[in-house]
Write a protein that binds this ligand. Structure first.
Ligand SMILES: Cc1ncc(COP(=O)(O)O)c(C=O)c1O
Length: 450
């Protein structure tokens, strides 16, 4: 390629910008009206989204896996019990399995076969959700305010797309990492300070033993507030009056709350709200995310939903309309058979079986909680959530305790520092194992002399 002058170079640059996609499709060969201009070899002009490069490595679960593998190799006779990852272990319930079979059979017959699902999800599922999760609790959420998806991870990561890049987010510390990382990918979080493990443009709300693991209203007012109750990783919750304060704060400051209620089914105490729409005024400030993963064990089959009330507006722009546009453009729906399985969760049998599943895990939670308390640990969570949050004993760091537990009890948990700086010296155990393994793990921990 011959470049004649700066003028040529400028023209070329602007053509490159304008035609980048096209250039790539044509394998970098463009003949423009500008004579003899070829862009052969310009493949290097493509750039990555360098926001992704700002992400600090996610070492948490890979480091855990490496340490566990190394220990197992060196000690092949030891039985390791894993209470680290938040994945369920019990099978789907009979009502769900039967709905899945029925829906599979429908797909085998041209008369009942279904192709693409409606944009927002099938009406049968959205109505079941609106009736059971909302109207039954006195919350006026309509079926057409519900967007069915393949889970709360995608929705919690994608929802930020409908907000401007100069919006400031507030998150709990420690936190489910998806909220921060997806804002980093979008370019909304400023610069990362490896020493403090914080982003310059994120408002962190520490959740520590001093505040009962419940965030305080931030002094600097955020635009977007991520809240998750019952909480992962701390297992904490807030009561209705506390959540009402957040709703009032958001309405007063024109902020939007993104409320992740993925663990709603684990609530056992009367004063803990099951949905943010139990609070007055939430329809004008809150988006709610839900999942079928933890209540009905859908982690492998994938189903969730997002609620955006029609009154929720930024200026005069409806967030419901924006998300509907985004959903319609970028998403083609959860599979029909899975939506039928989701509907079955709300059948009489489904409700009963879901309760049994949750009770199974909560029996584990109670065993962990009681066992560790009796062994002298400082423990919280585990009452309205399947997570137990414990303080590492003897001033150990989270990772020191991880190593200690692996080597001395052959039990794997998750270091709290992996969820944020305020998680340091804490440790998360999950109730998602089998009962037998949970009992054995706790009994081993109780025998440790710490
Ligand atoms: C707080 C929170 N939200 C969302 C999810 C993901 O849910 P789903 O399986 O529906 O994607 C998890 C999973 O661990 C979670 O802890």
């Amino acid at each position: 390629m011959v470049l004649k002058s700066d003028y040529d170079r400028n023209v070329q640059n602007s053509i490159v910008e304008n035609n980048l996609k096209w250039i790539l499709h044509r394998n970098c060969e463009v003949l423009n009206s500008y004579e003899e201009l070829t862009l052969k070899g310009m493949k290097t002009m493509v750039k990555v989204n360098d926001n992704y490069l700002k992400l600090p490595g996610s070492y948490l679960f890979s480091t855990i896996a490496k340490k566990v593998n190394a220990y197992t190799e060196a000690n092949p006779d030891k039985k390791i019990i894993r209470l680290g990852i938040g994945d369920v272990t019990q099978p789907l319930s009979p009502a769900v399995i039967s709905a899945l079979h029925g829906a599979v059979d429908e797909m085998a017959d041209a008369a009942t076969f279904r192709g693409y699902a409606p944009d927002l999800g099938y009406e049968f599922l959205r109505s079941a959700i609106a009736d059971n999760d909302y109207k039954a609790r006195g919350c006026q959420i309509e079926a057409d305010e519900i967007f069915v998806s393949d889970g709360a991870k995608c929705d919690s990561g994608n929802i930020q797309e409908i907000f401007a890049l100069d919006n400031k987010i507030a998150v709990c510390d420690p936190v489910y990492p998806v909220y921060v990382d997806t804002n980093v990918m979008a370019g909304r979080t400023g610069t990362y300070d490896a020493a403090t493990e914080k982003w310059s443009d994120v408002i962190y709300m520490p959740c520590t033993a001093d505040n009962n693991f419940a965030p305080q209203l931030p002094k600097e007012v955020p635009d977007l507030i991520y809240l998750c109750f019952p909480n992962n990783p701390t297992g904490s919750t807030i009561n209705k009056a506390q959540l009402q304060e957040w709703v009032d704060y958001a309405n007063k400051n024109s902020a939007v709350i993104i409320y992740d209620a993925a663990y709603e089914a684990y609530i056992s105490e009367a004063d803990v709200p099951h949905t943010i729409y139990e609070c007055e005024g939430a329809r004008t400030c809150a988006i709610e995310l839900r999942s079928f993963s933890k209540n009905a064990g859908f982690t492998g089959v994938r189903l969730g939903f997002t609620v955006i009330p029609k009154e929720l507006k930024v200026g005069d722009v409806s967030l419901h309309a924006l998300w509907a546009r985004r959903h319609g453009t970028k998403y083609n729906g959860a599979p029909y058979i899975i939506q039928r399985a989701g509907e079955a969760v709300y059948s009489e049998a489904g409700k009963r079986e879901t309760k049994e599943l949750v009770a199974y895990y909560m029996k584990n939670a109670a065993y962990i909680l009681d066992g560790l308390k009796s062994a002298g640990f400082s423990v919280s969570g585990g009452v309205n959530a399947p997570y137990i949050w414990l303080k590492a004993p003897n001033n150990m760091t989270s990772w020191e305790f991880f190593d200690y537990l692996l080597e001395n009890a052959n039990v794997v948990g998750t270091p709290g520092s992996g969820f944020g700086p305020s998680g340091e010296t804490f440790f998360r155990l999950t109730a998602f194992g089998s009962y037998e393994n949970t009992v054995e793990a706790v009994d081993r921990i109780k025998k440790l002399s710490i």
